[in-house]
Design a binder for this molecule. Structure first.
Ligand code: ATP
Ligand code: MG
Length: 502
């Protein structure tokens, strides 16, 4: 069966043969031409190697004689050169006398096949070439599949980047890239993970990322804040209760561990559990089994636990507030999120990310980019509230900025007031509030949603203006640079009593 002379992935298929016997070369030529191949005979090995090097894309097979005459390099040596330069090129070694030793040497040197020049050479060669052709087809198929693997890998990467975008996990700093890799690795393994870090460093985001990247991604992601519920409630929240378990338990209720079956359970603020409760959690972690409150049936679940805390766990354990065995259980893998002030390289990307997010959520935001000065200002700030604080500052600045580029002033206004000692006399802080200062009664709570914080700020401004205007509303409106009607609107909005300063 003659293969076509040229195919798409191999334009010309040439077989190179090296032998010092012209009649062997002639015979080989007959066999190969009959198979529709181009044929290049050589009596000199070095010339053949040079030819192969110059026609790499065309040469599909090399046939080498074992002995090429006195003073010449033999087939095995030539094979060594060929293997080094063209690892995948099939090479057949021919020999005049079949010795096991020669065959072993040839195969060890990487020969694809080993043939004896006997009266059957024509037939054995045919069989061998047939075999090699199948092998070549196999190699081509493997290459194609490898190409597909590359395509698959690329597609995977694209999918991952897409998932990253959805997860919105910004990681520019080297320390954060390591954490991203750790998340990818640990997500594949159904073991507990403990996420540690100051408030606002992204612990919950990491927990969600672990779930989303895990084989459980299609299962539930259930969160419970251990610090936000009382002991009794926490137990029924996590394990559920039977009807009549306690006053008010009118119906049977499934606990969060049951709801999380097949998925991930995020135990937030895990450092705040009482010792008794820690014992119960330890049992669930250990056996994936529990009973509902007032229930007798044991419920088995398959839940992956991710826990987080901003507590100093070593201290909590030393003071006996946290069970060491529970810690060891939870800390199969520990992810420590560094505070933002130690990875300032993340600030530009995070700020851009939060601005884009804010623009997508809130209509009519003018700022599209962040000016270099604004960014420089952000880079100088310490962010005790970490990433969450950065997010709030960017949102507040964007909200208060009517230019296409977020400027330094907008950022400055969005940053919390510095303690007075740090403020240089007559410094930049002077240009704030009604007459240059923040309203004295205004205290910002970064934990509140933005509209509430903005409202609190607005209310404080109105109150402050009234105070300064000695309760004369027209004057207060003037101080704020607004019309009396506008002022009255705010006055009513914030439910201020006549006499103003209630
Ligand atoms: N690497 C990051 N990339 C993008 N957004 C982030 C990143 N880290 C944190 N955030 C965002 O910052 C905010 C705070 O993050 P998160 O709630 O996960 O912090 P936390 O450590 O759980 O805080 P707390 O200790 O107060 O509970 C969230 O809006 C989160 O999406
Ligand atoms: Mg959190």
């Amino acid at each position: 069966m003659a293969a076509p002379l040229a195919t798409a992935d191999s334009p010309v298929q040439t077989i190179v043969a090296v032998d010092d016997q012209p009649e062997v070369l002639a015979l080989l030529g007959e066999v190969f031409r009959a198979r529709g191949r181009a044929y290049q005979p050589f009596s000199d090995g070095e010339a053949a190697i040079a030819y192969v090097a110059a026609h790499q894309s065309e040469v599909v097979l090399v046939v080498l004689d074992l002995e090429l005459g006195a003073g010449k390099r033999g087939g095995i040596e030539l094979l060594g050169d060929l293997r080094a330069a063209h690892p995948d090129l099939p090479v057949i070694i021919l020999t005049g006398n079949a010795t096991v030793d020669a065959a072993v040497r040839a195969v060890k040197a990487g020969a694809t096949d080993f043939l004896v020049k006997d009266m059957y050479l024509e037939d054995t060669l045919d069989v061998s070439v047939e075999k090699i052709e199948r092998m070549l087809a196999h190699i081509r198929e493997r290459r194609r599949l490898e190409g597909e693997n590359v395509a698959l890998r690329n597609a995977n990467r694209a999918l991952r980047e897409e998932a990253d975008r959805r997860l919105q996990f910004v990681a520019e700093a080297a320390s954060m890239q390591e954490i991203r890799e750790k998340i990818e690795r640990i997500s594949q393994l159904s073991r507990p993970v403990l996420v540690l870090g100051e408030r606002g460093t992204g612990k919950e985001l990491v927990a969600a990322a672990i779930h989303r990247l895990s084989p459980r991604a299609n299962g539930p992601f259930i969160t419970i804040n251990c610090a936000a519920v009382t002991e009794t409630l926490l137990e029924s929240e996590l394990f559920g209760h039977e009807q009549g378990a306690f006053t008010g338990a009118t119906k049977r209720k499934e606990g969060k561990f049951e709801l999380a079956d097949g998925g991930t359970m995020f135990l937030d603020e895990v450092g705040n559990m009482t010792p008794e409760f820690q014992t119960k959690i330890l049992r669930v972690l250990e056996y994936q089994r529990f009973e509902r409150v007032a229930g007798s049936k044991t419920i088995s679940v398959d839940v992956r636990v991710v826990a987080a805390t901003n507590e100093d766990m070593e201290k909590a354990m030393a003071e006996g507030r946290f069970r060491r065995d529970l810690y060891d259980r939870l800390a199969f893998e520990v992810i420590r999120l560094p505070p933002l002030r130690t990875r300032r390289e993340d600030i530009p990307a995070l700020a851009a990310h939060f601005l884009a997010q804010f623009r997508a959520e809130v209509p009519h935001v003018s700022a599209r980019v962040i000016s270099a000065e604004a960014l420089a200002r952000l880079m100088r700030y310490d962010f005790p509230g970490n990433v969450r604080e950065l997010k709030n500052v960017v949102e507040r600045a964007a909200y208060g900025c009517d230019r296409p580029a977020l400027d330094e002033r907008a950022v400055e206004r969005a940053l919390p007031p510095e303690p007075p000692s740090k403020t240089p006399a007559g410094g930049s802080r002077a240009a704030r509030g009604v007459e240059g200062n923040l309203p004295p009664e205004f205290s910002d709570d970064p934990a509140l949603p933005l509209p509430e914080r903005v409202a609190a700020f607005e209310r404080a401004l109105v109150k402050d203006a009234l105070l300064r205007a000695k309760n004369k509303q027209r004057e207060a409106a003037e101080l704020l640079g607004m019309s009396y009607d506008q002022f009255r609107h705010l006055y009513r909005k914030y439910g201020m009593k006549d006499g103003g300063l209630a």
